[in-house]
Design a protein around this ligand. Structure first.
Ligand code: UT7
Length: 325
């Protein structure tokens, strides 16, 4: 049995339609909703987002990201024996988005399932795949974060609709004797489920409850900064390392102020913190793998370096994984 699960390739997919802050502000103004480019950039760091066409779901974006990751890894889809898709915006109630991705990329017969941990989903998926690989249940896995949050936004709520975008990111993990994911830690506290939720559901053919995302932004902000700090320390310690061994910090991309505060508290220099929220806004479970893929492809992350990935969001759920690339 191999000792580690190693990330050997990453990929990403963004929908075609790029919407700048200027365009969004104009669209909202035309409907009487007042916001501004300055507010969005100053409070969040977001400059643009990508929005999926009505016929493009999480499985389409997830499959595109998966193909890119497989190509980067030099792994055939047919050899994948585990697919974990992290999503809160699945194509259907069932089958899982993972099964749809499996069909789309031609990776039949292995395990495939979704994890629902909202913005922590990719880290939850990574920890799950890592555990399954280390225990011999899988040997080549795809972990994907894929979301179309534009479907669950209330476009009349300026407090949330400017914050999110659609997209997908993916990583291929293989069993290896060399590290690898060194440690992962997951947490949740359901007592805070009310501060970030989409509480609607389908019941007897009708939408019941509120089908749009609602958020107490300040409560989420405060909790996020505190748990991202704690779980980063816990994970690095579990790996037997110290924070100065972290070459790159990739926190969930929701708000540049949360990202910067996390880096500051951990004593990680700003140039070691990967920021992509300006490019694609908050893509929930897709945000961490999108940022990871960008930093892998532009050459910032080099073989042998340590990357600390962190997720936080609805549930309230959070977690971190430390990987040697
Ligand atoms: O992915 C899961 C994790 N999610 C997050 O991490 C999000 C965490 N929270 C945040 O990022 C921030 O709390 C927000 C970006 C959501 C809000 O920033 P804030 O600095 O906490 O602003 P606020 O909620 O305190 O609102 C400040 C003001 C309010 O006006 P008043 O009451 O001071 O007059 C809001 O009504 O900003 C107003 N406001 C807006 N103004 C212009 C809220 N949304 C907008 C908007 N444009 N889009």
């Amino acid at each position: 049995m191999s000792k580690y699960a190693r990330i050997v390739g990453t990929g990403s997919a963004l929908p075609e339609r790029l919407v700048s802050n200027a365009e969004l502000v104009a669209e909202l103004a035309a409907r009487g909703i007042e916001t501004s480019e300055d507010w969005i950039v100053e409070r969040t760091g977001i400059r643009q987002r990508y929005l999926a066409a009505p016929d493009v779901g999480s499985s389409v974006l997830g499959a595109r990201a998966a193909r890119e990751a497989l190509a980067a890894a030099g792994v055939n889809a047919a050899d994948i024996d585990l697919i974990v898709v992290a999503t809160s915006t699945p194509d259907f109630i069932f089958p899982s988005t993972a099964c749809l991705v499996q069909k789309e990329i031609g990776a039949h017969g292995g395990a495939a399932f979704d994890v629902q941990a909202v913005c922590s989903g990719f880290v939850y998926g990574l920890a799950t795949a890592d555990a399954m690989i280390r225990t011999g249940m899988a040997s080549r896995a795809l972990v994907i974060g894929a979301e179309v949050f534009s479907r669950i936004l209330d476009w009349n709520d300026r407090g949330t609709c400017v914050l999110f975008g659609d997209g997908a990111g993916a990583a291929v993990l293989v069993a290896d004797d060399h590290p690898g994911i060194l440690a992962a830690r997951l947490h949740a506290d359901g007592r805070h489920e009310g501060i970030l939720r989409t509480p609607g559901t389908v019941n007897r053919g009708a939408v019941c409850g509120h089908p749009f995302l609602t958020m107490d932004g300040q409560a989420v902000f405060k909790l996020a900064v505190s748990v991202l700090d704690a779980v980063a320390r816990e994970t690095v310690e579990a790996a037997g390392l110290t924070l100065d061994a972290v070459d790159w910090l990739i926190p969930h991309q929701a708000n540049v102020r949360i990202i910067q505060a996390t880096g500051r508290r951990l004593g990680i220099a700003p140039e070691r913190v990967v920021v992509t929220v300006d490019r694609h806004a908050n893509t929930s479970a897709a945000s961490v793998p999108l940022a990871l893929d960008l930093a892998m492809r532009d050459g910032r992350i080099r073989p042998g370096q340590h990357v600390l990935l962190e997720g936080v969001g609805g549930g309230f759920a959070w977690g971190a994984a430390l990987a040697r690339i």
